[in-house]
Design a protein around this ligand. Structure first.
Ligand code: T1G
Length: 650
């Protein structure tokens, strides 16, 4: 083995067992050099007659986490991974993959080329390729069925979701869970495996054909993802279960190489890197975050309870403050119902719920906040109410405690103006439901200290959020673009384009809901009150079509009618004659516009507002804007975001 590959792949012997160790930080990704090193290790182990079996283990935080995504978008470099996996499978001595951390994509494909797989108890295995707009490219759609059956392959590959070790063991994806020293346990496993007849190589195992209705059902589930890759992967699994291994491999490889070049893959790679960049802005890499080990939340309503639940999920103790006992009981009940929901969905057991609730102290006395490192207010969106809360916080909290507002529209500077220690103030704009939505807009005030800003990003990472810094303007990044998007949609209605056509166009594009359906769900009165607030503050805000509907008592689903009718209190929107009449004097005669033109019009409006946000420095990067839209407003991630699309169109 040459020096380059030796640095990545080491071989030592534990008696008659060779231990091949991969060292390629940070995640042992399968770079071209590492693939070469594995080929050379297979040769070396085959040539050494003293070696009877091989254990493949990785140094650092995880087993191989997949192909090196930095090679994506470039022409594939030899040695190609399918060949490396085949070489390991064809080795004269059996290989045992010893998995810790996450064996993902090509990492798990390498493990399936081994004769056996063992894993530490907290390990995960998965084939997430479809989340990158591609399909497994080194036998994931062919070997997985042969290893654990077609149903397992369909779930693992088309969902892209990893499985934990115990679930993987239950279906045969792994052979044993090794507690304690993984390498030593794997060597012992290899030693004992040599005493029995070896199982056939995975590629030589039979695969059970599935009935047609299985494939129909699987197709419906895969289609729900909304993009192409899961459907392509399903077709490959089906083909692979009905054809010889070599033929199936050839088809998988061709599909993989084709999808690598797709717009969908380019978009999803863009989002992959944007998400990884978001949590660790370069400007803060050298800054030590101010420590946050306990959190206070003011307000136990929907937002406050969601924020408190997210903090508990991350293991942070929470003090929940409400104005009186009745409100506090309601807030604690909101939290309990969030955890009950998680139990019902099988995401939490009763002990987990009890642990989460045990970490919450409820009080109506701000003195209970004295030990908190961070306090987040989530009270009524009115400047007077928020200023009163902050005045109380300054009186009761430590001078170095971070004081954060969850405001979505107010100017954080106005909320904290004149209060002591302004360096500790910051905006943390969570999105409802806060324990589910991943977006966190971080809004520093001019005086915010860098260790406070760094603490906000560290909190975002700890809570599993996608944190994005936003400058101060009306609506920050997301709500400002939302306002422009809605205005552009209303402008099309004024031009005579049908409300339902506009929603259909945006659903066809990939949104779960169009702009008008979404307003009916959330309530038209929220934006109406913001416009009225601006008007009463002296701003000139022209009346919108939405204003007319709210004034006519049409606030959305909650009033059985908004942009659409919802007969009998139902949830399915129906075009409304009342709305047509209400707006008839303000809209042009009905006209048809092709749906892709409608979508292009609204996407251009979003990108235009995004460009202004960039120029004003409200967003740090175009990819941050894409993340805001994807993680806060349902922009289909396989489209990359409004700024990505705008760039692709040149
Ligand atoms: N390649 C290269 N670098 C990677 C990488 C990868 N696959 N995954 C992560 N990194 C870098 C990342 O950029 C960051 O770098 C650091 O590792 C920590 O990442 C043939 C073709 C593994 C669960 O999709 O899911 O195999 O910023 O912050 O939160 O069929 O990273 O520190 O310099 O995310 O602990 C399939 C993608 C590829 C796995 C770790 N594999 N990665 O999460 O750390 S397709 C994936 C992840 C494939 C085959 C096909 C996560 C993680 P830096 P991080 P983390």
């Amino acid at each position: 083995m040459d020096d380059k590959t030796t640095a990545l792949v080491g071989i030592r012997k534990d008696g008659e067992i060779a231990v091949v160790t991969i060292t390629n930080p940070p995640v042992n990704a399968l770079s071209a050099d590492l693939r070469q090193g594995l080929l050379e290790a297979a040769e070396a182990c085959d040539e050494d007659d003293a070696i009877k079996a091989v254990v493949l283990v990785c140094a650092g935080r995880t087993f191989i986490a997949g192909a090196d995504v930095r090679e994506f978008g470039k022409p594939p470099q030899p040695p190609h991974l399918p060949g490396v996996v085949a070489r390991i499978e064809a080795a004269k001595k059996p290989w045992v993959a010893a998995i810790h951390g996450t064996a993902l994509g090509g990492g798990f494909e390498v493990a399936m080329g081994c004769r056996f797989r063992v894993a530490s108890p907290d390990a995960k295995v998965g084939l997430p390729e479809v989340t990158l707009g591609i399909v497994p490219g080194a036998s994931g759609t062919v070997r997985t069925s042969r290893l654990a059956g077609v149903s397992v392959a369909v779930d693992l590959v088309t969902s892209g979701r990893p499985w934990n070790a115990s679930k993987a063991l239950s279906v045969g994806l792994i052979d044993e869970i090794i507690a304690g020293d993984l390498a030593a346990g794997a060597v012992a496993f290899a030693r004992s495996a040599l005493k029995c007849p070896l199982p056939p190589a995975v590629s030589e195992r039979p695969v059970e054909p599935m009935p047609e209705d299985f494939w129909q059902e699987a197709g419906k589930r895969a289609a729900k993802a909304g993009h192409q890759a899961p459907l392509e992967a399903l077709a490959l699994i089906r083909f692979g279960s009905q054809h010889p291994f070599p033929e199936a491999m050839a088809k998988e490889r061709a599909c993989f190489l084709a999808l690598r070049q797709s717009e969908e893959a380019a978009a999803l790679r863009h989002v992959f890197f944007a998400e990884r960049g978001a949590g660790r802005p370069d400007a803060l890499r050298a800054v030590k975050p101010r420590s946050v080990a306990s959190v206070g939340v003011i307000g136990g309503g929907t937002m406050g309870a969601g924020i408190a639940a997210a903090c508990r999920e991350a293991g942070l103790p929470v003090v929940l403050i409400e104005r009186d006992d009745v409100a506090l009981d309601r807030g604690l009940a909101n939290l309990a119902s969030i955890f009950d929901g998680a139990v019902k969905r099988g995401k939490l057991d009763s002990k987990g719920k009890a642990d989460r609730l045990a970490g919450i102290v409820g009080s109506t006395d701000y003195a209970a906040l004295a030990g908190c490192d961070l306090i987040i207010e989530a009270v009524f969106e009115e400047i007077g109410v928020k200023r009163a809360v902050f005045a109380d916080l300054v009186r009761h909290c430590r001078a170095d405690a971070i004081l954060a507002t969850n405001t979505s529209y107010l100017d954080p500077r106005a909320i904290v103006a004149g209060l002591a220690h302004p360096e500790r103030f910051i905006g943390l704009h969570f999105f409802s439901p806060a324990h589910v939505m991943k977006l966190l807009e971080i809004v520093p005030v001019p005086e915010t200290a860098s260790d406070v800003l760094a603490a906000a990003f560290a909190l975002g990472r700890l809570l599993g959020k996608v944190p994005v810094e936003a400058g101060i303007c009306e609506g920050f990044i997301g709500n400002r673009i939302l306002k422009r998007y809605r205005a552009a949609a209303e402008a099309l209605v004024v031009e005579g384009v049908g409300i339902a056509e506009i929603d259909a166009a945006m659903r066809d594009f990939g949104f779960r809901m169009g702009p008008f359906e979404a307003q009916d769900l959330g309530g038209l009165d929220i934006a109406y009150l913001q416009r009225e607030g601006a008007r009463s503050a002296g701003q000139v805000v022209p009346e919108t079509l939405g204003d007319r509907l709210v004034k006519a008592g049409r606030k959305g689903q909650k009033t059985d009618g908004g942009w659409y009718d919802y007969p009998n209190g139902g949830r399915s929107p129906e075009p409304s004659l009342v709305v047509a009449e209400l707006l008839s004097a303000h809209v042009a005669p009905s006209r048809l516009m092709p749906r892709d033109e409608i979508a292009a019009n609204l996407l251009a409006a979003m990108a235009s507002e995004g460009q202004a946000i960039l120029v004003e420095g409200v967003a740090q990067s175009a990819s941050d804007i894409d993340l805001v839209e994807i993680h806060g407003y349902g922009f289909p991630r396989w489209k990359g975001g409004p700024m990505f699309l705008h760039d692709r169109k040149g």
